[in-house]
Design a protein around this ligand. Structure first.
Ligand code: AMP
Length: 284
């Protein structure tokens, strides 16, 4: 069944009046792949109403980033979503989303928004949280589905929900990978076949960290091993690799215990890729 495509907020408000709870939202920038579809499937499994948003949010791109080049493939997106039949696909224009231009009031992500992805992409998470808040209001979502692939985004959305008492349940969905280990991303289509092979250094670095964690190694050893994999890889530039607390994104030390998160970001040619994996800390 082809989902109902809605392009403006008034039509969305009208459509939502007739749709059952719980309203679940999957927010995307389109160029959908199997990772996005996992989120839609998780939402569909809940019953109620599934709303998929498709919006390339200008607010979260820096001036030198790929906003103009970001793939926009709405027809293909609707085709793949047709098989999963969300009730509504809300794909607003920038004018519908920001009728007065860029909003003067934006959400401040705080410290968590200034490290790792936020340090490399200033203003990114303020843009993300602002559009997430607007999309939550417009879709009247009761449940929102986010991928673990964007772990810092997930942590920030959870923090926003806590700090602002938003009446929203967050569901985290595991990372979908290609068989060779590369995490699916809309940006993977920028990679040449050769660059795609080079990009595998990132999941291999994460594997190295996970293997050391399983042997009880401290975070410093995980970092060293992962960075050795990344720096040995041809034409891979490392933005960061670290082992952090999954909630605060503070770097963990030798005495940390429980679940940590190994996070990495690289550039291959002009393409930025991020990925992460859970690691057990404290020799467990
Ligand atoms: P994006 O379109 O890249 O903004 O992503 C939209 C949502 O899909 C976010 O919650 C992402 O974390 C999630 N997502 C993107 N890639 C993957 C993946 N490979 N596995 C799981 N979730 C993903």
């Amino acid at each position: 069944m082809t989902p109902l495509l809605i392009r403006d907020r008034e039509a969305l408000a009208v459509a939502l009046n007739d749709l059952p709870s719980p309203r679940g939202v999957v927010m995307t920038m389109g160029a959908l792949h199997a990772g996005h579809l996992d989120l839609v499937r998780a939402a569909a499994a809940r019953g109620g109403t599934v709303i998929v948003t498709v919006f390339v949010n200008p607010l979260q791109f820096g001036p030198d980033e790929d906003f103009a080049a970001y793939p926009r493939t709405l027809d293909d997106d609707l085709r793949v979503l047709g098989e999963l039949s969300p009730a509504v696909v809300y794909a607003p224009s920038a004018a519908d989303m920001y009728p007065s231009g860029a909003p003067a009031v934006r959400l401040d992500p705080g410290d968590l928004g200034n490290v790792y992805e936020g340090a490399i992409r200033p203003g990114h998470f303020a843009g993300v949280l602002t559009v997430v808040a607007k999309l939550l209001a417009r879709t009247r979502a009761e449940v929102a589905y986010f991928g673990r692939k964007d772990a810092q985004q997930l942590a920030l959305v959870r923090q926003m929900v806590r700090d602002l008492d938003l009446p929203l349940e967050i569901v985290a969905v595991p990372i979908r990978r290609d068989p060779d280990g590369l995490a699916l991303s809309s940006r993977n289509r920028y990679l040449s076949p050769e660059q795609r092979v080079q990009a595998l250094a990132l999941p291999r670095a994460l594997d190295a960290a996970v293997a050391l964690a399983a042997d009880g190694a401290p975070p410093a050893a995980m970092r060293r091993a992962a960075l050795a994999v990344l720096t040995a890889a041809p034409r891979v530039e490392v933005d960061y690799f670290d082992v952090v607390d999954a909630t605060t994104f503070r770097r963990v030390g030798a005495r940390a215990a429980g679940e940590g998160l190994a996070i990495g970001a690289i550039r291959v040619g002009g393409t930025r890729l991020i990925d992460n994996a859970s690691v057990s800390l404290g020799g467990r």
